[in-house]
Design a protein around this ligand. Sequence first.
Ligand code: AMP
Length: 428
Amino acid sequence: MPAFRAPRGTRDLLPEDRAVFDRLASTGTALAVRYGYRPIETPMFEQSAVFERGIGSVTDVVEKELFRIAPRSEEAEAWALRPEPTAGIVRAYVQHGMQTWPQPVKLTFTGPMFRYDRPQAGRYRQFWQFDVEAIGDPGPAVDAEIIELGLRFYGEVGVRDVQVLVNSIGDPACRPAYIDALRDFYRGHLDVLPPTERDRLERNALRLLDSKDPAMVELNASAPRITDRLCEACAAHFASVQVHLTALGVPFRIEPGLVRGLDYYTRTAFEFYVAGREGQQQALGGGGRYDGLVELLGGKPTPGIGFGLGLDRVALVLAEQGTEPPAAEGPLAVIVGADPEDTVTRLKVATDLRAARLRVRADLGRRKLGRQLEAAGRDGAHFAVILGDELAQGQVQVRDLLAGTQRTVGIDDLARELARAEASHHHG
Ligand code: AMP
């Protein structure tokens, strides 16, 4: 056992894993940009109140999972690592007066999130999300646009069989009456409520609907459904979201039990699952409308909608579905030499080629030329640049390790020759 290990619930992304994440992140950003979103970056920690107010204090994310940072002194502010990006982005929207920008303000972000959760497969204490937020558009068209964007992301990165679940969770006009009905329903089943749920019943009955407890899952199947109790405006909004989704060719299923774990959602809520795994609390991603959040964080009433898609789970599903990770790219050339001791010249030639923007490695081991060439082959290098006696005449040997050919090249032409080979290789 090594003396030190990555903290429980975190993982090192070794270069191969990191390559997968890079591909997911860059595909997501490029896609969001295509849809008119602009990348933003907010701090990894905020005043705890941003999350407590924004997400709600009676939620798993805040009550149990918030990574609080111990204050260093009496007067220090209470901070917490971000468990999700929306609250921080909306805090930035209010702080920087983005309500005076043309609306909606469409922002995208990809980065690590932190939740002090019980670690298990697909559930980590540090995980990555690809996130988009459209702030200042009441929908319903943008709701469908965002859901379609999420589904397209999974398609572009190669996840198969993704299913879209949607629901409307109402608004302050109709939700209170629904929550009363829900509370009455649970009061009639107090004997089967687990202690946490019983404790939450009076404070936040909606939370009981997305409880992970098996006893609750069973009970919730017969709970009153919000979709039967939406006010006219919410029902019309939800119907229109569905019309738009259908027009875009997005297949979806209405899931009346889908309420999402955060308090700030209103109306449209949605989640993405791999078909057949809906029950396992392993959403690939989710999001929803949060028309009250800007105001909760001190701004003028402003509607908004967004999603957060978990990249760790996408990487897991891609591996399970047998999608090949991107192959590691070997260097274009390795600089080797007949004189094992002459690391100065090998490193100098490599440095000049790197200055010319070429991807090269210098063999800095003091080993025989044959060994250096073997290592270049193992590296997957296209060329070996061999430094020998002709260097005195300004010439080197360039061996094409893929084709098995070799020719003499003037040292002054080397960068140009290699660049040309690289360009034709990439385009050919
Ligand atoms: P949530 O805001 O909880 O719905 O999270 C949005 C998405 O982030 C989820 O659908 C997951 O894909 C991902 N996610 C949330 N929590 C975790 C976690 N602890 N570990 C890995 N991924 C997570």
